[in-house]
Structure formats: C-alpha cells, structure tokens
Design a protein around this ligand. Structure first.
Ligand code: NCD
Length: 456
C-alpha cells in the first residue's frame, strides 16, 4: 500500500469507474501485452479477476498456479524466476506464501509487479477494491468508523486495509478473535506513521450487550476533529451507538497458524456476524464486508440483506484491477494533477540498517529468512529506545540485545566492545555507526568482547 499515494489511489478509482461503465470497449487498451499470473497459494477471486481484467483490456495471460510445477520446486530462487518471467511478460502478478516475496520479485523482474498476497503480510489490491466499495457506498472514507473483525493477526487483507483506512482518515474498531490481535508492526505504523491514537477498550466501552461485539481497541484518526479524539472522557459506547459504518469480517487463517500455537478458529470464541448481531442499533446501516472465502464467521442468512457487500466487492475487483494494470503498463496515464510530490505514501523516513550481519529477521515466513543465499537482511531503525529494527521485507520487528559502534573500535581488536542495547552507552552511538547483535554469541563471533555496559 505504501507504494501508492492517496492521490494515485483516487486516480485508480476514477479510472475503474470509467472502465466499469464501458467494460466492452476496453479491448484495445492492453492489446499485445502479456501478464504472467503466478499464484503459489490457493486463489479464486484474485487470480481470476486479474486474468479477466487483462483479457478485458485485450491483453493475454500466461499462468503458473503450483510451485510443484515450476522450477522453484527444484530449488530455484525467487530472484532467478523473477528475472526469467520478467523477460517473457510485460507485467507480473504474484501470490506467494512468504512475506516479502513480491518485493523480491519486483527487485529482479525489470517489469511492473503486483503483490496479490504475500503470506500474512499484505494484500494491497484487495484493499483497493475494499476502499472503492466503501467510497462508492458511503461517498467518502474520511470520518467513517470501520470495524475489522476476526483474524487480525494473520489476515493480510486487514493489515493493508487498516493502514489505508488510517491514511484516508477513518477510525478503526478492532474486534479480533481470541489471541488474534493486530500485530505490533501494524499498530506501530498506525500510531507512529499516521499519527493516530490507539485506545485499548474496557468493558464499559462495549457498544452492545454481552459479548456480541466486544472491542479490543479503537484507532482514532488524527485527521478529523473527531469527538473521540477531542473529548477523551466521552464514552466510547455513546459514540459507537451512533452507528458503525462497516464491519469487515475475515476468516480464521488456519494455514498460517503454527500447529500447537493454541489459537483456534470458529466455534471457540471466534466472532460471528449474523442476523442477531445486525439487529443491534449500532449496525442499522452498517455495510457487511468480507474479502471471501468465508467459513463459519459470516452467516449465509445475511446474503439477501441489502447491507451485505461481499459479492459486490468481489465483482468490483475486475474494474479495479483493469485500472491498475493499464496504469502500470503505461497504457493509460494518470492525470498529472493527481500526482503530487512527494511521491510515496510513507511519511516517516527511518534510518536504514543494512550491514547484512548481526541481526536476522525472526519471522520464519519472511522471504529474507527463506532465501538467505542472496538476500541480505535489511532493516529500518524505527525506534532507539527500546532499540527496534523493522525488516524491510516482512515489516516484522526485532529487538537486538547488544550493540557496538563501528567508529569506536577503530579497527583494533582491543577496543572492539559490545554493550547492552538498553544501556546509556548504547544511546551515544551515532546511528550511522550502529552495529546491532541478536545475541552475545553473534557479537563474539564477529570478534567483539563484552564491554563495561554489557549488562546494565
Ligand atoms: C483473501 C486472501 O487471500 O488473503 N482472499 C482474497 O484474496 N479475496 C482472504 C482469505 O483468504 O481469507
């Protein structure tokens, strides 16, 4: 999501509107172009809507849907695959179980690459059609109250959507299943980069009776003079009873949970959206959204309810993906007035840690951990105290325990010392000189010895 500015997203919506109105007249837009669609995880909507989009634009599609049928199964790297496929196709769409995989493909392919879902990390094109649906149904996104529901820990759709909602000025209500709260790195992005405030909820904040809708936390956007933000003492309950604009339901991501992690899906406290819930005053005009597929978390009895949006959402995937594809291929241009500087949506430019040693990403699904042969670990230093590095591939955070300074040791073995990352000494190290270590053994293996402040 960070690769598109809000203005660019608006431009995609405008073009999607135009294309949706004249679906049958777009067949010349991408004539002669080839899309490679690489789907190494199950998919119905995303793959077929991308392929339908390309065919409606007059282009053609080559596809691979099974890692076992590609040379990745023989041990080929994602980078090599990207280089080769980039020489066959004009644009690549990739879904892969590793977080950060689409980024690696983009680094090597030499053609535009679209992330169609990278493990539990992000699913930005789903977010485009989700935002498009909210905007179409509600007219605007700013100031809305949107509830994110279900598996917020591993649901890549809600990670992308939460950040986009914050950027467009919506407030977010978190209703996770037990043990499925939003990951730290998403919460940090919401609060530190988009500047909003996250409030943990208690019993008195619950908008409906009992456990029908028990909120975990609320993200209050800074961009509107919102009542919740302006009056810290106002009851969240009173505010919420004025109505929730949308509930975004997600299924339990069973394929991403490690066996034995103790977290379970439906039937075990996982929140369900059904007629009974929607009878509450809070939800009288609430849009019911879901990226699909659904399992048990969204009752079929709601399908005919006019508030239900999920099949409309899926249908809107085609014009959205037509618009995005034609823009990336340069077959349609963005209106120059919509692309304002500075490009890129990320507000905060963190210093980079790219020494390539000392610290590894701890996320076993990160592409940098699985393709160590050629990917050098790289992080952004997102906090000094506690020292926090964020992997540029999967965005998971690590907290190195020890640090040293590249300047102080002056190349002599006697002065190569490492210190505790939380010691006052560590704070004196200039960021450009920082060397971080996961462990003492890592520091020692690089020839560093314990310093005076190794343990305070
Ligand atoms: C989602 C996905 O793949 O992340 N599906 C989709 O693309 N529409 C949601 C899910 O699988 O739960």
């Amino acid at each position: 999501m960070d690769d598109l500015t809000n203005e660019e997203i608006e431009a995609v919506f405008c073009l999607a509107d135009e294309m949706a109105e004249s679906m049958g007249e777009q067949a010349g837009v991408c004539r002669g172009k080839i899309m490679a669609s690489l789907f190494f995880e199950p998919s119905t909507r995303t793959r077929l809507s991308f392929e339908a989009a390309m065919l409606r634009l007059g282009g053609q599609v080559i596809t691979a849907v099974d890692i076992g049928a590609t040379s990745l199964a023989k041990g080929e790297s994602i980078a090599d695959m990207a280089r080769v496929v980039g020489s066959y196709a004009d644009i690549i769409v990739i879904r892969h179980p590793w977080e950060g995989a689409a980024r690696v493909v983009a680094d090597y392919a030499g053609v535009p690459v679209i992330n169609a879902g990278d493990g539990g990390h992000e699913h930005p094109t789903q977010t485009l059609l989700d935002l498009y649906t909210i905007r179409k149904e509600r007219g605007a996104i700013k100031g809305l109250k949107i509830a994110l529901w279900g598996d917020l820990k591993y649901g890549r759709t809600v990670h992308s959507l939460a950040c986009a909602l914050a950027r467009f000025g919506a407030s977010i209500l978190f209703r996770p299943g037990p043990g499925l709260e939003m990951p730290e790195h998403v919460v940090r992005k919401l609060t530190k980069e988009y500047g909003g405030e996250l409030r943990k909820c208690d019993v008195g904040d619950q908008p409906t009776r009992g456990d029908l809708f028990s909120l975990d936390a609320i993200y209050v956007t800074p961009s509107t003079p919102h009542q919740l933000a302006m009056m810290p003492d106002i009851s969240i309950q009173v505010e919420l009873e004025k109505g929730v604009d949308a509930i975004y339901v997600t299924r339990f991501q069973k394929e991403r949970h490690a066996q034995g992690d103790g977290v379970q899906g439906s039937g075990t406290g996982y929140p369900v959206v059904d007629k009974r819930l929607l009878k509450e005053k809070t939800f009288r005009e609430t849009l019911v959204m879901h990226p699909l597929p659904r399992i048990d978390e969204l009752a079929h009895e709601l399908d005919a309810d006019p508030r239900s949006m999920y099949f409309k959402q899926a249908a809107r995937g085609v014009p959205i993906r037509m618009a995005l594809t034609s823009l990336l291929l340069g077959a349609r241009q963005l209106d120059a007035s919509t692309v304002r500087e500075p490009a890129g949506a990320r507000k905060t430019d963190y210093p980079v840690y790219d020494r390539g040693f000392g610290v590894m990403c701890q996320n076993r699904n990160c592409v940098s951990v699985n393709e160590k042969r050629y990917i050098k670990p790289e992080f952004r230093i997102v906090s000094r105290r506690p020292l926090t590095l964020m992997c540029i591939y999967c965005e998971h955070e690590v907290h190195p325990r020890y640090v040293a300074s590249a300047e102080w040791h002056e190349g002599t073995l006697e002065s190569k010392r490492y210190h505790s990352a939380d010691s006052h000494w560590a704070g004196k190290i200039r960021l450009e000189n920082l060397i971080a270590f996961d462990s003492e053994s890592e520091a020692r293996s690089r020839g560093f010895k314990p310093g005076r402040y190794t343990r305070d």
